[in-house]
Design a protein around this ligand. Structure first.
Ligand SMILES: Cc1cc2nc3c(=O)[nH]c(=O)nc-3n(C[C@H](O)[C@H](O)[C@H](O)COP(=O)(O)OP(=O)(O)OC[C@H]3O[C@@H](n4cnc5c(N)ncnc54)[C@H](O)[C@@H]3O)c2cc1C
Length: 419
């Protein structure tokens, strides 16, 4: 690929150093004077203003990676509606009272990386004016914009418990108590589509089965999914390991099934299979946020280049669940964020040429017994090569693997702000 082609994918050049000035991408400009032929100079006294919209994994990892790569050559504004960062994956342990999802104040995280946290939402992008408009109608100018707004969730079926990390501790705990006390004998865990967070449904099903076993409760557990085999999307190594875990826990897997749910009956399409009188736990339907001026696919997700650049919008990037990547996953969100940060740092003239995203899905699957470490590497043929190994005594292993956010959160003092 020519340098110009790479630069196009890395993300426009309006306001960034022009391509011709950087024919040798391996040569760093002098750090204090970063000259653009477009007459923009980004220095520690005139830093590039990066607006990051979001307060989740992708936003925070972008902020941390950017600060690490570009030091004070960037000024960072973190625009997010909430007060706290919530560590979502541990929500699956809440119904079993194993652990609690924790939160840290965003203003404190932002301060640690010399960024400004502005509470609000990204409502519109006006690329010609190079500014955004917040939900309150306030314009904010940017040199580079990173959209890391995640997904919106919708209840997939009426009458089912929807997996929602904000409330699952409460909603599922009632079901677990009913199983323990003998009021619930059949539970189906249902994924409606393949474009989903891969781990939580399996973790919830396995933990429920293992808890029921420990309590001597008799319960029939089914897992219904459009996948041909458990976690098939992530390759044979992970899939066969998870199939074994389901078998050991006596969970029946109904694959290649597009389910409909009505009054406790799960209809397994295509065909006329049915699961009757089941309590149903379902993954939500996911859709992208509505941000005016940003191109999306039919589900509202943003297509990006392998460098995270939003096509057609100079200086605009996206990372994490908001992108059109078929898998939504925290570790992937962090990798995308690292690529975006290096693309922005490169365009600002303070880092080496970035490498395109090499997708690797890493995660820890909690079963209520052992914890499995999963790793799936996307090959050139579009298929994942994967493996699953025992996590050993690590307690708890990182649920979201992120180069900068992981070590930051592993620091107990910061992480214990709110439990
Ligand atoms: C129950 C559960 C368990 C999971 N387990 C795992 C796991 O074990 N490992 C793993 O890697 N992943 C896991 N995931 C997936 C992981 O949590 C997500 O993939 C990850 O949070 C995506 O990060 P993100 O930053 O893209 O989006 P989010 O974390 O959703 O963050 C989006 C942020 O954008 C903000 N926002 C929304 N709209 C706007 C707007 N218009 N303007 C500004 N800000 C906005 C939101 O308020 C939020 O702060 C799990 C998910 C769930 C629900």
């Amino acid at each position: 690929m020519t340098h110009e082609n790479i630069a196009g994918q890395i993300g426009g050049h309006c306001g960034f150093p022009a391509i011709g000035t950087r024919d040798r991408p391996d040569v760093r400009p002098a750090p204090a004077v970063l000259v653009s032929t477009l007459m923009t100079t980004y220095t520690d006294t005139n830093p590039l203003h990066v607006v990051i919209a979001g307060g989740g994994v992708a936003a925070l990892e972008t902020m941390m990676a950017l600060r690490s790569l570009a030091a004070d050559h960037v000024r960072i504004t973190l625009l997010a509606p909430e007060r706290d960062y919530h560590y979502r994956p541990m929500a699956v342990a809440e119904p079993f009272s194993i652990a609690h999802a924790r939160s840290v104040a965003l203003v404190a995280i932002a301060a640690d990386f010399d960024a400004r946290h502005v509470r609000g939402t990204l409502a519109a992008v006006e690329p010609d004016a190079r500014r955004i408009v917040t939900g309150d109608g306030e314009p904010i100018a940017y040199d580079a914009l990173v959209i890391a707004c995640g997904t919106r969730t919708r209840r997939a079926f009426d009458g089912a418990i929807t997996v929602d990390d904000r409330s699952i501790g409460v909603t599922l705990r009632g079901l677990i108590q009913d199983i323990e006390e003998g009021y619930a004998h059949k539970v189906a865990f249902v994924a409606q589509t393949q474009a989903f967070w891969p781990l939580p449904l399996y973790e919830l099903a396995l933990q429920t089965a293992n808890r029921a076993y420990d309590m001597n409760a008799t319960v029939d557990i089914a897992l219904v999914s459009p996948e041909s085999a458990p976690l098939a999307l992530l390759g044979d190594g992970i899939s066969s390991d998870v199939a074994r875990l389901l078998r050991d826990a006596a969970i029946t897997f109904h694959g290649s099934s597009f389910a409909e749910v009505s009054r406790g009956t799960v209809t397994l399409g295509p065909g006329d299979g049915e699961l009757r009188d089941y309590r149903v736990v379902a993954m939500p339907a996911l859709e992208g946020p509505q941000i005016s001026g940003v191109p999306t696919d039919p589900h509202g997700f943003i297509p990006v280049s392998s460098y995270g650049a939003v096509r057609g919008l100079d200086g605009v990037y996206a990372a994490g669940d908001v992108t059109a990547h078929p898998i939504k996953h925290g570790g992937l969100a962090a990798q995308q964020a690292d690529v975006v940060a290096s693309a922005i740092a490169w365009r600002a003239g303070v880092a080496d040429e970035p490498k395109p995203l090499q997708t690797v899905i890493r995660g820890a699957l909690m079963t209520g017994r052992e914890t499995r470490l999963l790793e799936a590497v996307l090959g050139g043929d579009g298929a994942y090569r994967s493996k699953a190994t025992d996590a050993g005594p690590a307690n708890p292993p990182a649920k979201i693997v992120a180069k900068h956010l992981g070590p930051y959160l592993a620091d107990g003092q910061r992480y214990a702000v709110r439990a």
